[in-house]
Design a protein around this ligand. Structure first.
Ligand SMILES: [Zn+2]
Ligand SMILES: [Zn+2]
Length: 1075
């Protein structure tokens, strides 16, 4: 890419280059993302050619001196020139077709992106029809003062020059403005020497960064290069200790037995935590001091009968007063066998001593109902001397019926393969769930993109904390050319220390910590590496089952019986190792689809197949991308034009960043863009698609294959397909799962597979991403939700680091970034109120900063916050003294002040209100009911704004940004959740002299009608004259980021503009906030 050349921030920016920059930055980030995200495909060759720097050059650059670097930049500029004509064409495309497309990375506004000021500049409206992009503005109202007419005063003029010269980003400037305006700011304290300021870093409580040498792979580096390189890591144990001492984090974390609950959201709600003694509980004691452990067999009474079971673990039953119970698998005798004829020899062969293990139907058992312990021999284990029963088969459910398989084909319980050491000292035990994320993309990429990162999360944190970018902890960056295995060795050594347990100092004193890797996430090929399974291209390239690669989408393939079982893989690996010839080793490795020697993860106390879940983010978005491609391919030119027209005009949520044209740029679509587009596709297609938009051959084929007579039915089928796709994606990314949602997800995944293969067999048959469907439900159950193991947010964290690369000295990128990260975490440590053990007696004043509402945004914005997609760019200067009566709503900013003349939507509304105006009456009622002010309102002036932003103080605080036209959900007493559209954002000066902000809403009325194809409910928006609903609300009625989307139910009365007389809207049930 040409980024390194063009992004160097020394050049001044003539405004005309704005466009060139824009297209460049777009191209890069998206191509980067496209390459990142190609699931199951090695980076295609043409991409390698495409990138200016080949991997070989990169290594020269990385390991050699300045000279090589210079050479590299020359090459870049050559090739930039070569492409320049082409590029100009591209630019004009951007201007014409995607005139308002702005590159805006999702939620990464806190990064000092050098492009940002340029992008901000392009937000101004540009006349589309004109050949002139910009020129002197012929008339404007100038400023009067000394620096007029251009600037109001000296300060503004200088700030403008400084911002332009150094390309200061919006967020950087806003932060600076907050500091300068803070009452404690003293200009006398300013140090002019920035080097001096940087040195203060050394005083901070930095964590230890360790260095070790890693060999560079000879395949990837020219032989002239040095053969080792320094790698830098931070130990997971160091983070653990810090986190356990952090008063903002530790009290929010959970350490305890797995919890059985209706609403599954956290790792401890999942099967894996429940069943593993490294995270959950495996022993329980009754009143008589008798203890029961995981893995044991018990008889217990249930109603009037006796049941035999095997204990999986001890769990808290949240649905039954948080009682500790035994989670068990049932064992049944031959009388209870399902789907087994009376003549079957299963009924006689065991002479009453044979039992069957029932899979997937766990039951909770009360301690009080246990009758006795019994001995059962599971026949895949060595035979005990005596036993009461034996189990040779598992009864399991597959494809709608009960089946039998050998007992050896089972996932063993963690208690069977994990050695758990009890603490030597009598200390409380804290069990730690590590979630390791590896992003090692870009082996084939240039220096800038080749950053491989390894990150840590703690599954003991609730989702609200885990999804914050600042709670992703950097373990280190994999140096380019080095292997992950070599890099990660010291980290895994520390994880093994944790598996054995160690004493640690925490907020609550000394404890015994023990734990291990709960799950690892990586994209599809890398996940296979971690599990020791060959990549998807191999004959057995699924890390969860043994499916051959020509059966990936065969719905009859029994992925349960043919799952990869950890003990089976152990055996196979030993078998491969024991071969004496290399040929035999390779033969077996290919036969089993395994990699030998397996990487360092192989030595962990874990189940390598269950704990490397397939990433739902990549597999789901990958499928959607394929469907998008397939759908565009069936459109004729007519259809393409219609699609573009309707795609442009469809109502998009206001906070979405603008998307590039999907038809033209779909190859470079980011996954987050794909997910968003999927939410709209069913509506777009439903609005426009007619048979004459589809290629004739396709229509004929479909009619024939689907046995449909009418073309219009074919069209509905395609819309249905998209509705299923959109529904499946939404279900997969729900952050709370229930038993019925699991079922719904399972059905939806099945429906999705069927219809995709039916409509687009060429695109979907044997697609590995579609194969993943069969495993997703189990992954969801193991980790509570798919979101918990999806890499959406994790990838974003990695991207924030990549974005920082241009700001490093680019020689030892890994070290620079690690050091900068270390500084941020040290500051965070102090601001969160942790004690610095070197200065125990000093009070830490930094922690008070986080309580200062004026500074909140600076401190939380280091990392992206939850909904940071709209910038406060258009805030009005004079709106800063606006307050809310609710003290948890702070830092109000109003933007886009509106002229009352432009607001025609409310009849009779004027800037200065008559006391009899119903609107004024409403406002009075709000003051009376919400603000407790009974006095008549003195001020009758209203101000109107287009947008509002405010922070809601809660843990963690959220920033809400809303515009006129946004729809919000409001808990309503009678209707449950009610929907309303923001019609006005109003500011009014109260009798007490404070300014208060209010919303005026239009409400959506339920109709009880559902759209037959989309399955989405229809609503009617209230008519303007309808004043029977109370309209004005204080801002604290909206206390969370809205997640709702309505689309006009257009009829033929809608043309270029929607017919507002048609008040019917469809609730977009496919809408969610993707991360
Ligand atoms: Zn599989
Ligand atoms: Zn319409």
């Amino acid at each position: 890419m040409r980024r390194s050349k063009t992004s160097r921030p020394h050049a001044t920016i003539p405004k005309l280059r704005v466009k060139a920059k824009k297209s460049l930055s777009y191209e890069e980030s998206s191509i980067d993302d496209m390459e990142n995200n190609i699931p199951f495909k090695d980076i295609p060759d043409d991409n390698i050619e495409d990138s200016v720097i080949s991997p070989d050059n990169v290594d020269t650059n990385m390991s050699e001196n300045e000279l090589a670097y210079e050479k590299l930049t020359n090459e870049e500029s050559d090739s930039t020139d070569k492409n320049s004509t082409e590029k100009i064409n591209e630019e004009s495309d951007y201007m014409d077709i995607d005139d308002n497309y702005i590159i805006e990375e999702v939620s990464i506004e806190d990064i000092d992106d050098p492009y940002r000021p340029l992008l901000d500049a392009t937000e101004e409206e540009i006349p589309v029809d004109s050949d002139v992009l910009e020129e002197e503005s012929p008339d404007f109202k100038g400023f009067d003062g000394e620096y007029g007419p251009y600037f109001p005063n000296f300060t503004s003029a200088m700030i403008f020059i400084w911002i332009t010269k150094h390309m200061i980003s919006t967020s950087a400037y806003e932060d600076l403005a907050r500091i300068l305006k803070h009452p404690r700011y003293q200009k006398e304290d300013i140090t002019t020497n920035i080097r001096q300021i940087r040195k203060w870093r050394n005083r901070l409580p930095l964590v230890r960064v360790s260095k070790h040498d890693v060999p560079l792979s000879s395949q990837r580096t020219p032989s002239t290069c040095t053969s080792t390189k320094s790698a830098f890591t931070i130990s997971p144990l160091i983070y653990l200790e810090r986190i356990l001492k952090n008063p903002m984090l530790m009290p929010e974390m959970y350490f305890g037995p797995g919890i059985v609950t209706d609403k599954k959201q956290e790792f401890w709600h999942g099967e894996l935590w429940q069943d593993s003694l490294l995270f959950g509980e495996d022993t329980i004691e009754n009143k008589n001091g008798e203890s029961y452990r995981a893995g044991e067999f018990l008889k217990y009474h249930e109603k009037s009968s006796t049941v035999i079971c095997r204990v999986r673990s001890i769990v808290v039953d949240e649905t039954d007063n948080n009682i500790l119970k035994l989670k068990t698998d049932t064992l049944i005798s031959h009388e209870d066998l399902r789907n087994c004829r009376s003549t079957d020899n299963r009924h006689t062969r065991g002479k009453g001593k044979e039992l069957w293990l029932v899979e997937g139907k766990t039951k909770l058992v009360n301690l009080a109902s246990i009758e006795q312990r019994i001995i059962v021999w599971l026949c895949d284990m060595p035979e005990p001397e005596t036993y009461d029963f034996y189990v040779d088969e598992i009864m399991y459910h597959f494809d709608g019926r009960w089946k039998y398989r050998n007992i050896a084909e089972r996932h063993r319980l963690p208690c069977e393969f994990i050695k758990f050491k009890q603490p030597q000292q009598n200390l409380p035990i804290l069990k730690i769930f590590l979630d390791i994320y590896i992003d090692d993309f870009g082996t084939y990429r240039n220096v800038y993109h080749s950053l491989g990162g390894v990150y840590l999360q703690l599954g003991n944190m609730p989702l609200t904390l885990r999804k914050q970018l600042k709670n992703h902890f950097l373990l280190g960056f994999v140096p380019f050319g080095a292997s992950l295995n070599d890099f990660i060795t010291p980290i895994l050594q520390d994880i093994r220390l944790l598996e054995n347990g160690l004493v640690m100092e925490t907020l609550n004193g000394r404890v015994w910590v023990v734990g291990g890797v709960g799950c690892t996430t990586a994209d599809l090929p890398q996940g296979n590496d971690l599990a020791g399974v060959k990549r998807h291209g191999a004959n057995h390239g699924c890390r969860t089952c043994n499916v051959p690669n020509d059966q990936y989408t065969n719905s009859n393939y029994n992925f349960i019986k043919n799952a990869r079982f950890n003990q089976q893989t152990d055996k196979r690996l030993t078998e491969i190792r024991n071969q004496n010839s290399r040929g035999n080793k390779e033969y077996l490795a290919t036969k089993y689809g395994l990699v030998e020697p397996a990487g360092p993860f192989n030595n962990l106390q874990w189940d390598r197949h269950l704990q490397t879940p397939q990433d739902a983010y990549h597999s789901m978005a990958g499928k959607a991308r394929t469907l998008l491609e397939a759908t565009f391919n069936i459109l004729n030119a007519n259809g393409e034009n219609a699609f573009i027209e309707y795609w442009r005009s469809i109502e998009k949520p206001a906070h979405w960043s603008r998307m590039p044209n999907p038809l033209r740029h779909r190859q470079s679509f980011m996954f987050s863009d794909v997910l968003k587009l999927v939410m709209l596709m069913p509506f777009i297609l439903r609005r426009f698609l007619k048979p004459h938009h589809i290629k004739v051959d396709t229509l004929n084929n479909w009619r024939e294959n689907l046995k449909i007579r009418q073309n219009s039915m074919v069209v509905s089928k395609l819309v249905t397909c998209w509705a299923i796709e959109a529904k499946t994606l939404k279900l997969a990314f729900l952050t709370i799962m229930t038993e019925s949602i699991y079922q719904e997800l399972q059905n939806s995944l099945k429906e999705e597979r069927e219809i995709l293969i039916q409509l687009f067999p060429n695109n979907f048959t044997n697609l590995p991403n579609l194969h993943v469907n069969v495993h997703l439900l189990q992954h969801a159950r193991n980790f509570a939700t798919l979101v918990n193991t999806a890499v959406g947010v994790k990838e974003m964290v990695h991207r924030t680091f990549k974005e920082r690369v241009p700001h490093t000295n680019r020689k030892v990128i890994e070290l620079d970034l690690t050091r900068q990260y270390n500084t941020i975490q040290a500051l965070r440590h102090l601001i969160d109120g942790c004690k610095d053990h070197r200065f125990n007696e000093r009070t830490n004043t930094l922690k008070n900063l986080s309580k200062d509402p004026k500074l909140h945004t600076i401190l939380s914005g280091w990392y992206a916050t939850e909904n940071s997609s709209i910038m406060d760019a258009d805030q009005n200067e004079n709106s800063e003294d606006t307050v809310c009566h609710n003290e948890n709503f702070i830092d109000l900013k109003l933007g886009n002040q509106r002229n009352i003349k432009k607001i025609k939507s409310i009849p009779g509304l004027t800037k200065k209100l008559d006391t009899n105006n119903p609107f004024f009456q409403d406002l009075y009622k709000v003051y009376r009911d919400q603000l407790g002010s009974k006095a008549a309102l003195l001020n009758k002036n209203l101000e109107f704004y287009g947008s509002i932003a405010y922070t809601v103080l809660r843990n963690p605080p959220i920033r809400i940004k809303l515009c006129v036209g946004d729809v919000v959900e409001i808990e309503e007493e009678s209707e449950g959740i009610a929907y309303a559209r923001i019609k006005l954002i109003i500011r009014h000066k109260a009798n007490n002299g404070h300014y208060y902000a209010f919303f005026a809403f239009e409400w959506f009325e339920v109709t009880n009608i559902t759209d037959p194809i989309l399955g989405c409910p229809l609503y009617k928006i209230q008519e303007p004259e309808q004043m029977r609903w109370f309209q004005i609300f204080t801002i604290d009625f909206v206390n969370h980021v809205p997640c709702v989307h309505f689309i006009h139910n257009c009829t033929n009365t809608c043309n270029s503009e929607h017919d507002e007389a048609n008040r019917n809207y469809i609730l977009n049930r496919f809408y969610y906030n993707p991360v």
